[in-house]
Design a protein around this ligand. Sequence first.
Ligand code: ZN
Length: 123
Amino acid sequence: MSDKKAEGLRNDWRYKNMDLLKGVKLEFKRYRAYSETWDHDHCAGCHAKFAEFDGPDILHYGYATCDDYIYGVEYEWVCEQCFADLHPVMEWVVVGDSPERVRHRYKEKDKKEKAPPNNPLGP
Ligand SMILES: [Zn+2]
């Protein structure tokens, strides 16, 4: 990446929001509510909304902080767009599975949970 491009990214308004996240570990995950009373979060960069419930513009997947972050695991979330745009200057260390694998895992899990019970009449 050219210095000019790096400079441009450092001037990005989202970059300024993510001071504390520089160089931390991030893991791609499905969003989980932090607690019963804290049911959504916002992207640390652009403030896009993460939640478990569905809705317009609600994100269900993103990059979450890990145990090396001062406020702990899943305290901050970064959306895929900010991740893609800003990782060249944020020096994030990505841990865990790739987005494709994580999504696939949950798709399989949802399928199982939604599957109808076995036919009670049996074979
Ligand atoms: Zn974002």
